[in-house]
Design a protein around this ligand. Structure first.
Ligand code: SF4
Length: 299
């Protein structure tokens, strides 16, 4: 994460920007500002930004800058929150410019949400893939519709599954995140089971589990401070992770919980690594593995 605005020559970054951990070495091209949804109750990332699509002149200037100074980076990540929401014609133009000015780039990725995917037909997604878009990152968070409604995710589990499948059908890699703790203490295991079932139906290529972190100023943080939202404790979160993996039956993919917010890093190639991952969690539940201390956790 970084926070600076570059004046004149250079990349025209505005405000606080994020990218997935796997895009750490990518050329970060900010093509939109903020998130078009911007309502999820746990998320404070873009609350200070009003959503807009950046103008072509600025985007082209950044691509040209990258063509001069970023020749050793062969991936591009389109920021901010849900670049897929950009209308098809403009998005195709952006991919055209990347191809023309950064011919060494092998992969283009972006965040997406259910709404952004829904606005694209399968044929349009295929056209984007053929023009270089190769991976989309989708925040699934939970498969529990009651919780999805509460956190204002903006779609049902069924819609989320359908949109994830559309991405895969288009031949675009799908990387999703799920959120440990988001259902609170009482619904923890139900959320885990329903999320595992959603993942099974969606069949993504990568699944990253994060743990809820309270961000000041967000509705979830307010509920937490009022005692209306109670996060499971460390062992409760481990049980939740175990239950989720137990109910996740995908054809082939990577499940990882090595994000800084988690207490126990797990990395499993599914389906064959499932049993080993569960045994690792069971060992931790019995106290056989040291969990990450609170001060080392972060977003
Ligand atoms: S869709 Fe993503 S970026 Fe937008 S508010 Fe929700 S979690 Fe935050």
């Amino acid at each position: 994460m970084f926070d600076y605005a570059d004046e004149g020559e250079g990349m025209h970054y505005e405000g606080y920007c994020i990218r997935p951990p796997s895009e750490a070495h990518s050329i970060l091209l900010q093509v939109t500002l903020g998130c078009s949804h911007n309502k999820c109750t746990f998320c404070g990332t873009f609350t200070d930004k009003r959503f807009r699509i950046k103008d072509e002149e600025t985007i082209l200037s950044d691509i040209k800058y990258a063509s001069r100074y970023m020749q050793h980076q062969d991936r591009v990540f389109l920021m901010d929150g849900d670049a897929l929401i950009i209308p098809q014609k403009r998005l195709m133009w952006i991919l055209d410019q990347i191809k023309a000015h950064l011919p060494w780039v092998k992969r283009v990725g972006a965040y997406a949400n259910t709404k952004g995917i829904k606005l694209k037909t399968l044929e349009e997604l295929i056209a984007l893939r053929e023009n270089g878009l190769s991976i989309l990152y989708l925040g699934v968070e939970t498969g529990d519709d009651e919780v999805r409604k509460k956190i204002i995710k903006g779609s049902t589990a069924k819609e989320c599954i359908e949109m994830g499948r559309r991405v895969k059908e288009a031949g675009i890699k799908l990387s999703v995140t799920v959120l440990l703790g988001i259902a609170g203490k009482d619904k923890s295991l139900e959320h885990a089971r329903l999320t595992g079932e959603l993942l099974t139906a969606m069949d993504p290529d990568y699944i990253g589990a994060l743990t809820v972190m309270f961000v000041p100023g967000t509705p979830l943080n307010d509920d937490h401070e009022k005692g209306e939202f109670v996060l499971p404790d460390e062992l409760g979160l481990l049980r939740e992770l175990r239950e989720m993996i137990l109910h996740t039956n995908i054809t082939r993919g990577l499940f990882f919980s090595n994000h800084a917010s988690n207490y126990l890093p797990v990395r499993a190639r599914l389906p064959r690594g499932k049993q080993e991952a569960i045994e690792q969690i069971d060992t931790a539940l019995k106290g056989g593995v040291r969990l990450k201390p609170e001060w080392m956790r972060g977003l």
